[in-house]
Design a protein around this ligand. Structure first.
Ligand code: ATP
Ligand code: RI2
Length: 186
């Protein structure tokens, strides 16, 4: 009789645009044993680059949402973002599933996922501006809008939040995040 494989936690990686959420998640998946990265559904143009996401049109997104495909979904930066219910399968046998979430849906996510850890990634404001400009994924107007959103606070009531400063070398942030995730998984 084989029982279901133990489920790893959902590890939300959150913070202002440009702080390094996707970079940190990719690096953690390489260096963190059995950590997985959840692929999101986003109404962003396929050629935008950056994270590995499933690009869909707004009409496709609302059909998916209407059919209950998402465990969680939200809107930000003029885009729609969805986390498929398949995340529960990804959790099985993992050390945790990393997912880039909006700070505005963290309380809902805590209810939905139960075993839930928040990595709140931070960096100095001037570092954010430099990184967004260098990345070049958004135009100047959109970069300004994203920078204005940087100061949004986390909601109260979250039970497991850890701040990860990514102002310096990415490797430093990766080690800090692993130090947090390992004991949480022990
Ligand atoms: N520690 C770091 N040092 C230098 N550059 C970094 C560091 N972390 C990330 N970057 C770079 O900064 C830019 C933004 O990183 P990334 O796209 O991972 O941020 P993000 O938080 O996912 O942004 P968004 O929310 O806009 O998707 C990228 O060009 C990335 O290569
Ligand atoms: O400011 P908040 O609400 O925390 O996040 C806003 C959006 O930015 C991030 O997505 P991406 O980095 O644009 O792909 C988040 O996942 C969210 O969708």
């Amino acid at each position: 009789m084989t029982g279901a494989a133990a489920k790893g936690p959902v590890i939300a990686v959150v913070g202002p645009s440009g702080v390094g959420k996707d970079s940190l998640m990719s690096a953690l998946a390489v260096s963190g044993p059995q950590l997985r990265v959840m692929r999101r559904v986003v109404t962003r143009a396929p050629e935008a680059g950056g994270e590995d996401y499933q690009p869909v049109s707004e009409a496709e997104f609302s059909a998916l949402a209407g059919n209950g495909v998402f465990a969680l979904h939200w809107q930000a930066h003029g885009l729609c973002y969805g986390i498929p219910r398949d995340i529960e399968k990804q959790r099985e046998g993992s050390g945790g599933v990393l997912v880039n979430l909006s700070r505005t849906v963290l309380l809902e996510a805590q209810e939905v996922f139960g075993d839930f850890i928040v990595l709140s990634v931070t960096a100095r404001q001037e570092v954010l501006a430099e990184r967004l400009a260098a990345r070049g994924r958004e135009d100047a107007a959109n970069v300004q809008k994203r920078l204005a959103r940087a100061v949004n606070p986390l909601p109260g009531g979250l039970s497991r939040v850890h701040e990860i400063d990514n102002s310096g070398a990415l490797s430093k942030a990766v080690n800090a995040a692993l130090a947090v995730i390992q004991p949480e998984r022990a």
